[in-house]
Design a protein around this ligand. Structure first.
Ligand code: SF4
Length: 366
């Protein structure tokens, strides 16, 4: 039997690279692991403009000028986990809510009225209050309106991912948060999410169950960022190799202020964040890169030219429209119309819907 996949966790010394090693990595269409280490190195940081130019060319080559817009919908914030960095953690005093199916439908209508057709459905982890059956009901309600319906919920079994795909989900977003097991244990001291391997293997279970798209990510700020970004790239490569045809995307959210008041032990500076994003583009030339509203408008506007291809817009991190139930504070509060206008001003094309299910396409063609 083959060994379960384990992320490579390189020591700091592996990220020391010469200028020649950076040149070599930049010249490769598909870099190898040590090339990615070179692209993440302090030497590469000194040559950030060189990296950005190649990343921009790769983004143009593989994505043209189109940029996908989507928005999240939080349907419940009950959670039995104790993630130290999250405003919804079980130990944080906060109003706990679960939208009724009527409220979910109303939120779907409100979002659809903005023109968006890609939605990210989110919950905390509380099987008794907002379990798989409730999530499936939400998917069935929203799928007719949203041909792009991604789940960002707790890690499921392969059978439950298959049920979600059957109900109309089209994608999974699931961040490992950190690939470093000791840091993962410290950040997730209790609750089902403390199971590192069950989470690590969730994207593969989703792909095996038939979901055609997965987005992976790490939450920057827990530990020195280079090690986690390289492990994220390796995880994406592993899935692409195991599931040819799977669409694999990546994201690098940074820790933001929230109701629990957790401070990032290793805050990531803007320059390092830009470096990490352009290195992701170079390591994964064809991967969608999501940029969240955790980042400031100016930074998002710049990165959308270089590497980012999916942006959230019109974001609320509250459950539905209920004030006081926010998971974390956002930085970019622009509406869908404002984000679309920003993209057009930059010569880019905002995309609200980039595919539709085959059956629907056939019906329209008939
Ligand atoms: S990050 Fe997710 S699982 Fe952890 S406490 Fe927050 S909502 Fe719950």
């Amino acid at each position: 039997m083959s060994q379960p996949w384990t992320p490579p966790l390189l020591p700091d010394a592996a990220f020391e690279a010469s200028s020649q090693a950076v040149d070599r990595a930049l010249s490769r269409a598909f870099p190898r692991l040590m090339d990615v280490a070179a692209l993440l190195s302090p030497e590469a940081s000194r040559r950030l403009e060189d990296l950005a130019a190649v990343a921009a060319a790769q983004t143009l080559r593989h994505f043209g000028r189109s940029r996908l817009l989507f928005t999240p919908l939080y349907v419940a914030n009950f959670c039995q986990n104790h993630c130290r960095y999250c405003g919804y953690a079980a130990h944080v005093a906060m109003p706990r809510l679960r939208l009724s199916l009527e409220e979910v439908a109303a939120e779907g209508e409100r979002i659809a009225a903005t023109g968006l057709r890609h939605l990210l459905l989110l919950t905390g982890e509380a099987p008794q209050r907002a379990g798989v059956d409730y999530i499936l009901d939400c998917i069935r309600l929203l799928a007719p309106r949203f041909p792009g319906l991604a789940l960002e919920v707790f890690a499921l079994t392969e059978a439950d991912y298959a049920r979600a795909a059957q109900a109309g989900a089209t994608a999974l977003t699931l961040y490992q948060e950190t690939y470093v097991p000791s840091v993962y244990r410290a950040m997730h001291p209790a609750g089902p999410k403390a199971n590192y391997r069950f989470r690590l293997e969730a994207p593969a279970r989703a792909a095996a169950a038939g979901l055609p798209s997965v987005t992976l990510g790490v939450l920057l700020g827990f530990s020195p960022w280079r090690q986690d970004v390289l492990a994220l790239v390796a995880h994406a490569w592993h899935l692409l190799e195991r599931f040819p045809g799977l669409e694999v995307g990546v994201s690098l959210p940074r820790l933001r202020p929230h109701a629990g008041g957790f401070a990032a032990p290793y805050p990531v500076a803007d320059r390092d964040f830009v470096h990490a994003i352009v290195a992701l583009r170079l390591a994964l030339p064809m991967a969608g890169i999501t940029l969240s509203t955790r980042e400031a408008p100016r930074l998002r506007d710049g990165l959308v030219r270089l590497a980012a291809t999916k942006l959230s817009a019109g974001v609320r991190t509250s459950v539905g429209s209920v004030a006081g139930s926010e998971q974390f504070a956002i930085c970019d509060t622009r509406s869908v119309a404002e984000m679309a206008a920003m993209l057009r001003q930059q010569g880019l094309q905002p995309v609200f819907k980039d595919w539709q299910p085959l059956g629907e396409a056939r019906e329209q063609a008939a």
